[in-house]
Write a protein that binds this ligand. Structure first.
Ligand SMILES: *Cc1c(COP(=O)(O)O)cnc(C)c1O
Length: 390
């Protein structure tokens, strides 16, 4: 029997924690009611579970339960935030600000809005992947209605300065949205202290199930207006119609609760593993770390390897370790990562990149095996390349 490769692709998705599965199971067959059914006990049980989960999630980010709008994930939450705000504030202005290194679930809705006549400024990033706050300040216009900057990057793990961005936006009276799909449960998030007005979340990056997420929508100071993008039964206070999905919602809340409870031990553990991996690779010359060295997600290491072909590198490693080059979404296309080119990496270095996504179940022994395999593969590819040349 062949062994499955070691899983180091936690920025793409994570396994569901068995404790989360246990919490979900009763809501498939036993408490299967529709939370919107107000006339009987089946509905009440489901509604009570959803209410509890909503409170847990709200408390996790310093919001109130009424500010949580359940969605199918972060893609939908991002679409709802961007299109919903653009539509609701159409009379106030038609300009949005975002960043070149955002996920496609931000960039594509922005391009769609541009096709409707909105204007979008795409801020560049510095070589370390962080935005420049002076550049943000310069991008504001009279008609700017929304700034959208991701909390943590899905490729290079870089953490943007949310509190500073929030303060700039509040001073300008401009709404601040953040895509926190990668950050939730990995770093502390506080929508009050960080002055965040809208925040996208998803369960499957934090050991919860796929197909569930939420948008935080501020209700006070300021009250955010949002045009719904899914019309129907008026669920989620009219902002997102569709029957709620109690097993997923319960699992989402359980996943976030566990992640926050374990964060004080888990973050330093993953940082130590990630640093161990980086240090073990050091005997190899011409490796480049992509993104800020410390201002990044605990479990993320993204490197470019000079002098090797990117495709060959992934191929050489894939029986040992499951990881990706660039984002999962762009690794099916042949374009180099838009994030790495935004850092100023050459096309060649952007192609020859590896994203190691460590997680809750990653062990020291696994890291050592991956480092060994990476060194062997890179050395042999480089030997072959220099042999061909001469
Ligand atoms: C994974 C991810 C998304 C998409 O989330 P889904 O819940 O899979 O739709 C959006 N933004 C970022 C930064 C992500 O990492």
């Amino acid at each position: 029997m062949t062994q499955r490769p070691i899983y180091l692709d936690c920025n793409a998705t994570t396994p569901v924690d068995p404790r989360v599965v246990d919490a979900m199971v009763p809501f498939f067959t036993e408490h299967f009611g529709n939370p919107a059914s107000v006339t009987h006990a089946y509905g009440w049980a489901a509604e009570a579970a959803v209410k509890q989960a909503r409170s847990t999630l709200a408390a996790a980010i310093q919001a109130t339960p009424e500010e949580i709008v359940f969605t199918s994930g972060a893609t939908e939450a991002n679409n709802l935030a961007l299109k919903g705000v653009a539509e609701a504030y159409f009379a106030k202005g038609r300009h949005l600000i975002t960043v070149q290194t955002e996920h496609s679930a931000i960039l594509d809705p922005c391009r769609y809005l541009e096709s409707l006549g909105f204007e979008v400024t795409y801020l560049p990033v510095q070589a370390d992947g962080l935005i420049n706050l002076a550049a943000l300040e310069n991008a504001f216009r009279e008609d700017t209605v929304l700034v959208s900057v991701m909390a943590a990057n899905n490729e290079i793990g870089v953490l943007q300065p949310l509190s500073e961005i929030g303060a700039h936006c509040r001073r300008r009276n401009v709404l601040f949205h953040t895509d926190a799909a990668q950050a939730l449960g990995k770093i502390p998030l506080d929508v009050a202290a960080m002055q965040i007005d809208l925040m996208s979340m998803t369960a499957h990056k934090v050991y919860g199930p796929k197909g569930i997420g939420a948008l935080y929508v501020r209700r006070r100071q300021p009250r955010v207006k949002l045009a719904p993008q899914l019309h129907g039964g008026g669920h989620e206070r009219g902002m997102r119609s569709g029957t709620l999905y109690p097993p997923q919602i319960v699992g989402f809340a359980k996943a976030v609760e566990l992640a926050l409870a374990e964060l004080p031990q888990e973050a330093p553990r993953q940082i130590a593993l990630r640093n161990r991996l980086w240090e073990q690779l050091q005997p190899l010359p011409d490796l480049y770390l992509n993104g800020h060295a410390t201002q990044r997600l605990p479990g993320n290491l993204n490197i470019s390897v000079a002098g090797v072909d990117g495709q060959a590198l992934l191929l050489g490693l894939r029986s040992t370790v499951a990881l990706s080059s660039g984002s999962a979404c762009s690794s099916t296309t042949l374009a180099p990562s838009h994030v790495l080119t935004a850092l100023g990496r050459s096309e060649e270095l952007a192609y020859a990149s590896l994203r190691f996504g460590l997680g809750r179940f990653t062990t020291e022994a696994e890291i050592d095996r991956v480092a060994e395999a990476a060194i062997a593969t890179i050395q042999s590819l480089r030997r072959a390349a220099s042999g061909v040349k001469g």
